[in-house]
Design a protein around this ligand. Structure first.
Ligand code: SF4
Ligand code: SF4
Length: 280
């Protein structure tokens, strides 16, 4: 181990070996994400909360990071801002189990399981990120870890590191009109990412120009179900109103205060053709 970052207590068979090519390392990273998820589930007795995770990689020098300063916010960070000498970004998606999605489909308030899943997934993302940083540290590479959530500006409600937009650049999916990224395992789940000194393989041509269009509305002008499902009217003017949405999330946090601070809603993600897979 070359740094102070330690992986969790379980047996991790995916040790760094000198001379590993980037594809081997990428495979080990995917296996590590699965192992960390499996261990977390066993430790906490949390079966039927998540499905199989996805991962994608992008080089830190990719010019599309600069476009996030226009797309998200002028203050959106570049990988180099988080880790001087950054060479790569690892993105992952943890889909929610169909049980969690189904439970949040009806009604206007977020379900208790949805709120719980959000809080558990924050911990899980921290665990996975830490374990990946430990794996990379074995190869002598530093990493910068980024919290799963609450890294946004309270006034503007915009994050200076959008895991979703970074995952889009890495090629994990395409945006739906509910502002969520639709992956091959749907949009119901959570994204994590970390910046590292390790360089993944050359970036593929994903992102705004290259990614397949998964959203039915963007693809052929149909569907639109997500926006119609918003109980708060956050899409009433045809434009997403971030403040209306976050006020509803805070209302849910009050309802489920016994579970912790779960400022979530997710009604525009559940019960959709894109909830847990790519729409046909
Ligand atoms: S519900 Fe339909 S319109 Fe909304 S993001 Fe999914 S596919 Fe697109
Ligand atoms: S998260 Fe809830 S309040 Fe926000 S847009 Fe979706 S359905 Fe509306």
């Amino acid at each position: 181990m070359l740094s102070g970052i330690c992986r969790g207590q379980a047996e991790f068979p995916f040790f760094w070996q000198a001379g590993d090519r980037y594809k081997t390392v990428q495979n080990k990273i995917v296996m590590q994400i699965r192992a960390s998820l499996g261990q977390f589930k066993r430790e906490r007795g949390l079966e039927r909360y998540w499905g199989e995770p996805l991962a994608a990689f992008v080089r830190a020098e990719d010019g599309r990071f600069l476009s996030l300063k226009k797309q998200v916010s002028p203050t959106h960070l570049l990988p180099e801002d988080l880790l001087p000498g950054a060479r790569g970004v690892i993105c992952f998606f943890i889909p929610f189990h169909k049980r969690i999605i189904g439970g949040n489909t009806q009604g206007t308030a977020a379900s208790r399981e949805w709120a719980e899943a959000y809080l558990y997934t924050n911990e899980l993302i921290a665990r996975i990120s830490g374990d990946l940083a430990g794996l990379l540290a074995e190869g002598g590479f530093k990493s910068a870890l980024i919290p799963a959530t609450h890294n946004f500006d309270e006034e503007r409600l915009i994050s200076d590191w959008s895991h979703r937009h970074v995952a889009h650049i890495a090629g994990l999916g395409s945006f739906g009109i509910n502002n969520m990224l639709i992956t091959e395992r749907g949009c119901c789940g959570r994204f994590g990412s970390l910046v590292t000194g390790w360089a993944p393989g050359p970036s593929v041509s994903a992102g705004p120009e290259g990614a397949a269009e998964y959203c039915l509305h963007r693809r052929k002008g149909s569907c639109g179900l997500c926006q119609k499902k918003c109980p708060a009217g956050a899409y009433a003017d045809g434009v997403f109103n971030r403040r209306i949405c976050y006020d509803r999330c805070l209302e849910n946090a009050r309802i489920h205060h016994a579970t912790g601070f779960a400022d979530v809603c997710g009604k525009c993600l559940c019960g959709l053709p894109c909830s847990s897979s790519v729409p046909p």
